[in-house]
Ligand binder design. Structure first.
Ligand code: NAP
Length: 307
């Protein structure tokens, strides 16, 4: 039987990724949406999650796709009504609120899925396997894109809790935390804030792991022209280049993995598997590194940013 699903927060990522992935997966039937303005053709629409859950009690699961600052209350309402919950990334605005949701889901035997779409990029698993088989000397992450192109007029992203450049940067951290052979911890950071915004436009991060391997990350939202979503690793078996946001892998100059982007179809397969198995998946490692950067990072201010 298909999972009766509802979407909350119908915006860019829902149209670009969620709707095609759900539509192509027989494990789901999309039966309602809740959004103040957005709707999906042919699907009953409500303007709040409360009104939707009252009107359509047969909903079994919800995908929460609004900005992270507004996700906790919706997730709590859904869990209290006995619904499984899929959280877009980042799973919340704070670590402790997501822990609260995880405890609620566990107490009710419901699935909570903190999704990290970049982990499902086609070459990420091969990179993880390679790093587990070699000796890592160092890693450099370059995640640089043009905010005006990717996030036009998204005011929430510049507000406190919107994460600024960490909104894409956390995708890099979700890959990093998945492929590293050992956990790493932050040793220093520098965050650059536009003088008129509460979230950073650039961030430089330095990490070290238990074995003393250093990892540096450079996130920047001011890159025009070619965009960079690359992870470079120096290893005993040559340089590993994981490029295109985890989409392509080469090692010592040889192409090793890559292919079609199946990130959101994979996320929905994973969520259906978790629901069927009665399990949750809430990995807070990427969000923890972002919180550490806000805690440890030096702050610089730069010119005001306007869309
Ligand atoms: P978006 O289009 O700006 O927002 C999604 C929807 O959330 C909006 O259309 C809006 O719908 C609702 N919303 C906005 N502000 C709200 C508020 N104050 N309270 C309640 N609902 C609000 O953003 P998006 O790009 O889809 O991103 C949403 C989430 O997906 C973010 O966490 C982002 O990191 C993640 N994500 C985005 C992308 C991407 O490429 N855009 C990729 C991967 C993941 P209504 O006005 O109809 O309520």
């Amino acid at each position: 039987m298909a999972i009766k699903l509802a979407i909350v927060g119908v915006g860019k990522i829902v149209r670009d990724q969620h709707l095609p992935a759900i539509g192509a997966n027989a494990d789901y039937e999309l039966i309602a949406t809740a959004s103040r303005h957005g709707t999906v053709d042919g699907v009953p629409a409500y303007t709040s999650i409360e009104a939707m859950l009252d009107a359509v009690p047969e909903i079994e699961a919800v995908s929460l796709c609004m900005p992270p600052q507004y996700r906790y209350d919706a997730a709590k309402v859904a869990l209290e009504k006995g619904k499984h919950v899929f959280l877009e990334k980042p799973p919340g605005a704070t670590i402790s609120e997501v822990q609260d949701l995880a405890a609620t889901a566990a107490s009710k035997g419901l699935t909570l899925f903190a999704s990290w779409h970049s982990r499902y990029a086609p070459a990420v698993e091969a990179a993880r396997e390679f790093l587990a088989s070699t000796t890592l000397h160092s890693m450099q992450i370059n995640w640089k894109e043009d905010v005006r192109h990717w996030h036009p007029n998204q005011e929430w992203i510049w507000a406190a809790g919107g994460l600024g450049v960490f909104d894409p940067g956390i995708n890099a951290l979700s890959i990093m935390t998945h492929i590293l052979p050992r956990a790493a911890f932050l040793t220093g950071a520098e965050l650059t804030f536009p003088e008129n915004r509460d979230a950073p436009i650039a961030a430089m991060l330095a990490f070290r792991d238990h074995a003393g391997v250093t990892i540096n990350a450079d996130f920047d939202w001011r890159q025009t022209g070619k965009q960079s979503w690359d992870i470079l690793a120096e290893t005993a078996d040559g340089q590993m280049v994981l490029s295109e946001g985890g989409g392509e892998l080469s090692i010592a100059g040889q192409h090793r993995a890559g292919g079609q982007n199946e990130e959101y179809p994979e996320l929905y397969r994973r969520f259906a598997g978790l629901v069927k198995a009665g399990k949750s998946d809430v990995d807070l490692a990427p969000l923890t590194h972002v919180a550490d950067a806000f805690m440890l990072g030096k702050r610089k201010f730069t010119e005001a940013f306007y869309d």
